[in-house]
Design a binder for this molecule. Structure first.
Ligand code: SF4
Length: 433
């Protein structure tokens, strides 16, 4: 995409000739409020899981120091855009952030603390209308050691997300996930002992060969660990993953759509009975303990992004109504390291465009239990578009998939509708011209 001249990049020769500076220092800089969320991507993993399409690669430990140096330089460029307000959420994902060496973590946490205002996160229980202030780090069960947990705690981390995926060694093997399921509980315990009060567990259902009883056993094992938050994703076959290639070669049979739907219904019922509320199609939490960082994505708030393949989002002006800038950092460590200092080069950039923002809000909003606020969201659209959206929504309501509440200005999915969330979102988005 061609950039307007006034936000043209100053880093000629880098991939596509753009950097995040284009978005951050272009239209609206100085008029929009400080950014209050930050995502950092650490690309190293022990092994490439077969279902994974995130940017990550097997860690050989020889690039970690250079990576952190480059990351620190990028964070220094980004920090002024968050100045003036304390951060609300910080999320370090990957990849496997817990694989970073302790000395590198120590330096990185020190830099983050110097560059960004973590005061509200450190206060602990602060909350806004959409959840608690949080600093989350994703961890692999094997590398979430007591030493790392203590270090993270001292750097302000108050939440960890543990990638369990399954407690059944057979299913972990199918996913090519290499960890001992016993270590999930040890990781949670290490976090608690260090004083990291909030923990989440990731699980996957619909693994080839998995039965409803086995999925139930995974859910119950996770619940027994007493975490406040669970993410339960159905296995998806992303393009260019080993899992998808194996499927095409006929190495296994995927679970049927009926079984997958049964597993989803079972998840909802089981977790509800245990006091965990669904707040998004795949995410369940105790009251006020939703992942505030993810909510920031879904509400189209602003966030900065650092590290290869990380995606950022900032408003074009004082709020999101005028549209927003989106960009994605280069998804290759070599390009990231070679780009010198400051902002990362980017591989993709989208300038503000109000109807794109409406489509994106539909896509993420429909998947939330709170749904969307049609009067507010569709206020600027042409009457014909509005009629088409309403007709589409009414069709979903007639099928029992959507509740439309005019008084509350709310369209939200029914329990059954959640099984068709992507289809309903796509139908609604198709109405926006
Ligand atoms: S640990 Fe996570 S990021 Fe790394 S390969 Fe597995 S799924 Fe992907």
């Amino acid at each position: 995409m061609k950039l307007p001249q006034h936000i043209a990049n100053r880093s000629a020769g880098q991939p596509r000739g753009l950097t995040a500076a284009a978005a951050l220092e272009g239209v609206g800089y100085g008029t929009r409020p400080p950014v209050r969320s930050l995502y950092i991507h650490i690309p190293f993993c022990v092994h490439k899981c077969h279902y994974c399409d995130f940017y990550s690669f097997v860690d050989t430990r020889d690039q970690q120091a250079a990576f952190v140096d480059r990351l620190v330089s990028e964070l220094k460029a980004l920090a002024p855009h968050a100045a003036g307000e304390p951060l609300r959420t910080l999320f370090v994902g990957g990849g496997t952030p817990s694989l970073l060496r302790l000395d590198l973590w120590e330096g990185l946490l020190g830099t983050i603390g110097e560059l960004f205002d973590l005061s509200k996160i450190r206060e602990g229980d602060l909350v806004d209308a959409n959840g608690r202030f949080e600093f989350t780090v994703e961890c692999n069960p094997e590398s979430a050691t007591p030493e790392l947990m203590s270090l993270l705690k001292s750097g302000g981390v108050n939440r960890v997300s543990i990638g369990a995926q399954s407690f059944d060694p057979r299913h972990l093997k199918t996913l090519e996930r290499w960890h001992d399921p016993e270590n999930v509980g040890r990781a949670i315990e290490a976090a608690r002992t260090a004083g990291i009060g909030r923990q989440s567990i990731d699980l996957i259902f619909g693994i080839p060969g998995q039965t409803i009883e086995e999925w139930d056993a995974d859910l119950r094992r996770a619940l027994k660990l007493g975490t406040e938050h669970l993410s339960c994703y159905n296995l998806t076959y992303e393009p260019n993953t080993a899992m998808t290639r194996r499927l095409a070669l006929g190495e296994f049979e995927p679970v049927t759509e009926e079984l997958e739907a049964e597993m989803y219904r079972h998840t909802l019922g089981t977790l509800r009975d245990s006091g965990l509320c669904r707040y998004e199609v795949s995410n369940y939490a105790r009251p006020l303990l939703a992942s505030r960082h993810n909510v920031a994505y879904w509400l189209q708030e602003q966030w900065l992004a650092a590290g290869p393949s990380a995606s950022g989002h900032i408003w074009g002006a004082h709020d999101a109504t005028a549209g927003s800038h989106r960009w994605k950092n280069v998804p290759r460590l070599g390009d990231y390291l070679a780009s010198g200092a400051g902002y990362s080069p980017v591989i993709d950039y989208e300038p503000p465009e109000p109807t794109r923002l409406v489509r994106e809000t539909i896509m993420t909003g429909v998947r939330r239990s709170a749904g969307i606020r049609p009067r507010r969201l569709f206020a600027g659209l042409a009457p014909g578009v509005l009629e088409s959206l309403t007709r589409t929504a009414e069709r979903a309501r007639e099928r029992g998939w959507l509740e439309m509440n005019d008084a509350a200005d709310q369209w939200k999915l029914t329990d059954e509708g959640f099984l068709f969330a992507d289809r309903i979102a796509s139908d609604l988005m198709g109405c926006i011209r």
